[in-house]
Design a protein around this ligand. Sequence first.
Ligand SMILES: [Zn+2]
Length: 356
Amino acid sequence: MSGEEDRVRLGRLSAPGVSILFVTFKAPEPLRARRNDDAARRFEASLSAMRRSALEAAKALLEVDRCGHFVYEGCASVGEFGERHGASAGEARRLVALAMAVEMCPPLEERVLTGRIPLESAARLYAALSRARPGDDWLGWAETESTRSLRRRVDKRVEETRLGEAPAVALTVFLSLAGRDGLVPAPAIAPRKADRTLPEGEPIAATVDHYLTSFDPMRAKAGSRRLPHTSIVVGRYVPAEVRRQLMARGDDRCAIPFCDHDIFLENAHVVAHARGGHRDADNLLRFCSKHHRMLDEGKLRQVGPAGDPKFADARGRGLSRRAPPSSTAEPPRAPTAGESAEPILLRPETRGAAPT
Ligand SMILES: [Zn+2]
């Protein structure tokens, strides 16, 4: 259970011979929500127009790139051409990648136009489609994963392809002075430990490797569990092997679809600890603190088992996929009976009854 928003104040009242310690807790503000169909509709309409324009701009820019027209405008690259016309070089390159992805995979265009695949994901697909392997489902992944997850998947594929050809990657890092000072001895120590001279960069890899071996649960060997099943062991300790299973199952990020939080995750019990829920993987899920709270407040609900979790909003609508195509999207509607148009405000005490 998150306690990070709780503000704890300690004070002391003193009188001759009397000392009273008092502690006050400020409960976190409940999350609030208010309907604004007009803003949602304007956003959807503008975004729909933006997707169409972006595709047109992408195709035009690809033509500019291919015929080399940009040199006629005194530019050295399509990126510079973009900058000259009010798009950043990065944006221009993404547009070209988008056009090439659509060219390689025509069904992608319809999915972009209907909002099933975001523009940025579609542009990333170019790098993946040109490195496709049998069994890949890039369109399906782009539809169901957040853009960040997809980017990681694409980067991994690009890296794998590269490593087959050249076993080195460039790395640029910005460190604090203290961080740099910590790294300086590594090139001297690592070769001694390895008992051979190491090429430049290897000491950093060796240092990171040592750290991960010490602290990354994903490196623990599967099955090397010493603690018996937590249903028969009293306490709140979650065995390392269970933590490893949880990280592997959830791609080491918040379990809510399209949430990319992957630091400071909280373990949540499906059956609450207070009601005898154990601490094994089939009773645990990992959430960011915001989604943990939304579940506790009833704004989100878990449906299905922890091993294959699905989530729904308070009205029971599944969260597992992107919005349906615009043409079939549910039109904005007035609230029905039993559903208030008033701000949703859930009482903090609902937290106690929810999974912890
Ligand atoms: Zn989350």
